[in-house]
Design a protein around this ligand. Sequence first.
Ligand SMILES: Nc1ncnc2c1ncn2[C@@H]1O[C@H](COP(=O)(O)OP(=O)(O)OP(=O)(O)O)[C@@H](O)[C@H]1O
Ligand SMILES: [Mg+2]
Length: 248
Amino acid sequence: MINAIGVHKSFAIGTRKVHALRGVDLTIDTPGFYAIMGRSGSGKSTLLHMLSAMDRPDKGEIIVSGKAIHSMSEAQATMFRRKDIGVIFQAFNLIPTMTALENVQLPGLLAGDQSKELVNRSHELLELLGLGDRTTHRPEALSGGEQQRVAIARALLYKPAVIFADEPTGNLDTTASEMVWAMLKQIAKEQEVTVVMVTHEPVAASYCQRLFVMNDGQIVGTIDAPEEGAFDAGTIATRTQHLLSATQ
Ligand SMILES: Nc1ncnc2c1ncn2[C@@H]1O[C@H](COP(=O)(O)OP(=O)(O)OP(=O)(O)O)[C@@H](O)[C@H]1O
Ligand SMILES: [Mg+2]
């Protein structure tokens, strides 16, 4: 499903060079809900950009849903982002002049798809996300949590095998955040989607089955949810700290 091998990425800022990814290896081969956790600046967003073909690695291989991203043309990358994966951002990225329904349909409209199936599927997805009575609302008439659920519905439009989410609850309060995490978990399970969420909050990671811990441009370890019993934020914070202090 996802296989990244030896991924490197640097940025030049003036004469300074930031080595943001320093040989990331990441494998996910079972659908489910996964987290990438790490401190600010550890390279989480950069990694997500590489995995979702928004940017290219300097070195390394990335295969997502059987497609080799590192060697795609710009046009192939655009189609890949539109149809093969779903992406969710902290800032929701909805079009303010469009209704909730139109925002969900957007990837299809951009691809010239005007089919009835597209409209039906968009309605179904808004129902699934608990927004059946919000289809004609514009983003300004929706709460932050509702806007993010519209964005999740949009990400599911073409039944992607993989959804990437970068700090999806960064702009939400606790209650709305919990709803978004619970929905992502449910979607991963019921739709057999792989959801990869970047977060720096242990409580967000507690909804996931596995966490990849990042530090200084590398994945330094993984933490699996226990088969039974609670996977709570406290346990996650402690185990993450252990991993980070062991790699310093
Ligand atoms: N476009 C860019 N140009 C220059 N430097 C960048 C760029 N994008 C990221 N960086 C640098 O790469 C490093 C990793 O950044 P990244 O955004 O991936 O971190 P992050 O783990 O997502 O952090 P946060 O939790 O704050 O979002 C940082 O030092 C950052 O300043
Ligand atoms: Mg980030």
